[in-house]
Design a protein around this ligand. Sequence first.
Ligand code: HEC
Ligand code: HEC
Ligand code: HEC
Ligand code: HEC
Ligand code: HEC
Length: 428
Amino acid sequence: MRSLQQCGGRFKRWLIVLVLAPVILVVEASGFITGFAAAASPSSTLNTKAFLEQHWQRPIPAQGNAPEHYSDLESSLSPQACGTCHAEQLADWKTSLHSRAMGPGLMGQLVEMSPHARGEHQSCIRCHAPLAEQADLLVDEIANGYSPLSEQLAKDPTQTKDLHRQGLVCAACHVRGNQRFGPKRKDGTIPSAEQTLPHNGWTASDAFEDSQFCAACHQFEPNEFSLNGKLLENTYNEWKQSQYAEEGIHCQNCHMPDRKHQWKGIHDPEMVRQGVTIDTTAGNLDDNLLQAQMVMTNTGTGHRFPTYVTPQVVMMGYQENARGEQITGTESYFVVARRVPLNLSHEVFDTRLAPGESAQLDYQMTRHPQASNIVMKIYVEPDKFYEGFYLSMLQSGQTGRGAQMLQEALTQAQQSVFTLYEKRLALP
Ligand code: HEC
Ligand code: HEC
Ligand code: HEC
Ligand code: HEC
Ligand code: HEC
């Protein structure tokens, strides 16, 4: 069973709770998926669908006691412990948004909840920090406040005092019942039964190389929240309908090239540039009526560009004077986004680009006497929806302990804006 809630925040959550009365998931951490885990010998490869159904049960059952022969490093769920042996994955993961999935935008909302409302916590942390051990630490922080780690504790890679704040940690994707799960080695081999490896080696599953692995958090179930006939989170289905699925190009091929743990996306200018092709053509520049055209095509994004309701991509043309200043009143825009209001009551428009689709801005405007260039530009606001959302929460006066964190999240959201493309057409 799954909660019907999704991303966003308090009034979104209330709205959906009221309207749809979701089944809240408070399942006590119980014993690990026994039959399955025991049956899977470390050298076997597991069926993808069956594996993922077990693997992404939420909440993820508590790991229980580690085998006695495990060292402290092997027993620890902390990313820093994994990183003592898997240094490259740790360094990359730290740069990713998965490692920041419990940043101030999340924590600012979670600390406003009751510490006992575990079902409510789950409606967010089942994607943002899904381990049972993280759920317990979150309860503790909401009840008793957060005290920063002592210098000595911060140096200990095995400590897990702030595991909940570390977001989508290694163990959430790789560890169940203290056992490691991962893909086959790059050369296609798996550990043999005789091989003695740290943490008892690992169980290989092809699921790690399949888009369905990511769907656990990047795709809503058919019965979850939708607007205008489209699920609010639909990335896997968008991919499934594209030529990439046909060609066997999975999420990992684009987001984890060479198995890198960076998961670059809409917040990364280079990644976004790889996903689209942009062309500007000058029309008539001699006349009083100026004309130019800019076309942006989704040529390398394996789903809609962008896939979520939260970013906004703005195509813009304007005239500029000899000092390089934008001349007010000469602007023309086309917005590529799936726009929804903060309360998610309806879909305002959806101009996102499916793979192969293009958006076009036709610039046509009387020449301003001071104009010396036309500028054709595209900028990306990765956190557009959240910006409005944080602002409205702060202005509502209903925030308590979370206010400072939401303020921080607002600043971060505002700073995430970047220019994707810019071209100047000189006027004669
Ligand atoms: C003491 C060192 C050590 C620690 C600590 C450690 N590992 Fe490993 N891990 C290894 C070694 C060695 C292998 C085997 C690599 C091989 O044989 O290809 C391995 C294999 C793996 C694999 C399989 C790699 C593959 O090719 O599919 C995964 C996944 C994994 N570890 C995850 C983790 C996670 C997650 C943690 C922390 C919770 C962790 N490990 C902690 C040493 C360690
Ligand atoms: C347990 C849930 C979970 C799983 C599994 C998961 N993700 Fe994520 N992913 C998230 C969350 C939550 C965020 C947002 C983090 C934040 O910014 O707070 C995210 C963010 C991202 C982003 C960054 C988006 C941006 O705005 O730039 C990319 C790219 C991404 N994930 C790709 C993947 C891929 C590919 C996989 C499969 C290999 C995957 N994710 C598996 C939960 C998950
Ligand atoms: C089905 C998985 C899922 C659930 C459940 C979920 N989120 Fe998210 N969340 C994501 C993904 C994926 C992203 C990144 C893409 C985006 O920005 O929309 C994200 C991004 C965010 C962000 C912006 C990035 C950041 O870290 O500040 C906030 C805030 C957020 N979620 C809050 C929540 C809250 C509050 C809840 C519970 C009501 C929740 N989410 C439930 C998957 C989820
Ligand atoms: C969002 C889920 C997710 C998180 C979080 C995550 N991994 Fe992975 N990991 C994967 C997937 C998926 C693959 C396989 C990628 C592929 O085959 O393209 C993988 C592969 C690996 C491998 C095998 C690498 C190789 O070159 O063969 C190791 C080792 C590993 N991960 C360790 C870690 C460690 C350590 C962390 C934390 C610092 C971590 N992972 C965090 C999903 C995750
Ligand atoms: C053919 C390459 C490709 C494939 C396949 C692909 N992506 Fe992406 N993805 C991109 C590019 C490029 C971007 C940056 C442009 C953008 O944000 O849409 C991106 C952006 C994202 C983002 C950022 C948020 C947003 O609104 O765009 C998320 C999350 C994401 N991808 C998840 C996934 C998941 C999950 C899958 C598999 C179901 C997947 N991607 C498959 C190339 C790909």
